[in-house]
Design a protein around this ligand. Structure first.
Ligand SMILES: [Zn+2]
Length: 177
């Protein structure tokens, strides 16, 4: 799953849960977006660029259950409104299927301090991502689904109106009509 897939699916899950269980609660959706991408923001530069030869993998510390749990504890102590940050990173791991594809990474460091290597790793990872947009149906479907969710919420909460857009940028609020 790439950028829009992660953002769209994570927002859809948290938005639906909030509307059903906590209808009056205002969430900071900027934190949801950040959390939905944070594991990749941390791990991709480390594993694909800075320490590429050492790790050969884009799933490292940010893709561990431990990382999300620490974030959940830290965000809880910072205030309940920050809980969406840790929840969103946890959803990212579920969306990636880390527990299925790389349980050792998911459970790090319970099964050892080192990380598994990605057998499909390629140093031409940017080309690989771009080509997957054309050839990988799963990537195509999840990216389109993510864009549909994002577009729906932008229309539903009228983010094309300046005041609503500013409320979103300043506080992550999605204002109802
Ligand atoms: Zn990821």
């Amino acid at each position: 799953m790439l950028i829009f897939g992660h953002i769209g699916l994570t927002i859809a899950i948290i938005y639906t849960f909030q509307r059903i269980r906590f209808p009056g609660l205002e969430l900071d959706y900027r934190l949801v977006i950040l959390g939905s991408l944070l594991p990749d923001i941390i791990d991709k530069p480390i594993g694909y660029i800075i320490f590429q030869k050492y790790y050969e993998n884009g799933w490292l510390y940010g893709h561990t259950l431990l990382f999300s749990l620490v974030l959940l504890i830290l965000s809880y102590s910072a205030g309940t409104k920050y809980l969406v940050l840790g929840s969103s990173t946890l959803l990212h791991l579920i969306e990636d299927g880390v527990i299925v594809h790389m349980p050792r990474t998911f459970l790090w460091p319970l099964q050892g301090w080192d990380f598994s290597k990605n057998e499909e790793f390629t140093s031409r990872w940017i080309e690989h991502i771009i080509s997957s947009l054309y050839t990988d149906q799963y990537i195509q479907i999840t990216e389109i689904a993510g864009l549909i969710v994002i577009s729906y919420l932008m229309l539903r909460h009228q983010l094309y109106i300046k005041a609503n857009l500013i409320a979103f940028i300043k506080a992550g609020r999605l204002i109802d009509k």
